[in-house]
Design a protein around this ligand. Structure first.
Ligand code: HSE
Length: 306
């Protein structure tokens, strides 16, 4: 096999309580990439459609992630990459992670899958380091594994895949502003009180238990963030109103998607997720915020061939 075309899912990182350790992959929002083998050694970005992003390998997240993989193989050739971007960079649904993960998944596939998914996460994290100055894994892990992924530990890297309950749907609204992850990390506090930590890890445990037990109410009760959301939400137009409207419309819970500005909600069933979408949309139409909106089921396999 010389060439593959892959779907690279968008992802919601943090899921309210799990800053830098939890993420989930979406099924109907994502990029596509074509990756093909070349005789010449190296990683070459030959085409990017949909967004204005750098073609130079060292400045492109897919290029950097791809080089990290290539440097760990004995393969004497290289790879060409075409990127068809549908996810807007800086939207908070894992744009850079989709590109990094898609590149390394496709290369691994073309080489006969010598690397495990966790190894692919370590390569894709190099793309995140380039994009946000921090090699966080909470977007690339779900992009590669599908479903929910828990980063139990970074050193050593320990990814725990968690299957999503079948009826869980996500609604994501993206106000048309860009927030760079690196900027939205700089404003966070670096210390917290024991009382806050206790409340937060109660919710992380509750969310994982809720997902494993298909307990939708427990999932909803656990979607609370005492650490990051109070600070970052100030950057997002109408955040409190959108969150309240989605809860009033029946969402299990809602919060900031990754580093924002997108706002996500989780719901039980597609109908509810669509009602939540209408409620979120109504808020932005009333206060005059340009936006796009997605309703998606949860992606169960991560990056896949198309
Ligand atoms: N955990 C990261 C952050 C995700 O919130 O900064 C960025 O998408």
């Amino acid at each position: 096999m010389e060439e593959v075309r892959v779907f690279c899912p968008a992802t919601i990182a943090n899921i309210s309580c799990g800053f830098d350790v939890l993420g989930v992959a979406l099924d109907s929002v994502g990029d596509e990439m074509v990756v093909r083998k070349t005789e010449k050694k190296g990683v070459f970005i030959t085409k990017i459609e949909g967004q204005d992003l750098p073609l130079e390998t060292e400045r492109n997240v897919a290029g950097v992630a791809g080089l990290a993989l290539l440097n760990r193989t004995n393969y004497t050739g290289g790879f060409e990459i075409e990127i068809y971007k549908k996810i807007k960079p800086g939207s908070g649904i894992g744009s850079s992670a989709a590109s990094s993960s898609g590149a390394v998944w496709a290369m691994n596939h073309l080489l006969g899958s010598p690397f495990s998914k966790t190894e692919l996460v370590t390569f894709a994290m190099e793309g995140e380091r380039l994009a946000s100055d921090v090699a966080h894994a909470d977007n690339v892990a779900p992009a590669l594994f599908g479903d929910f992924a828990l980063v139990r530990s970074y050193t050593p890297l320990d990814i725990v895949p968690i299957k999503a309950p079948e009826e869980l749907f996500a609604t994501v609204i993206h106000p048309q502003i860009e927030i760079k992850t690196s900027d939205s990390r700089k404003i966070l506090k670096t210390t917290l009180t024991m009382q806050t930590a206790i409340k937060q890890w109660g919710n992380v445990g509750g969310l994982i238990a809720g997902l494993l037990q298909n307990d939708y109410d427990l999932i909803g009760r656990s979607l609370e963030d005492y650490i990051v959301e109070p600070i970052r939400s100030i950057l997002i137009p109408g955040f409190d109103k959108v969150k309240k409207a989605s809860l009033d419309a029946g969402a299990l819970g809602a919060g900031i998607s990754g580093s924002g500005p997108s706002i996500f909600a989780l719901s039980r069933g597609k109908n509810n997720a669509e009602k939540v979408a209408l409620a979120m949309k109504a808020v932005y139409e009333t206060i005059g915020v340009e936006h796009d909106i997605h309703v998606s089921k949860i992606n169960h396999e991560g990056v896949r061939l198309v």
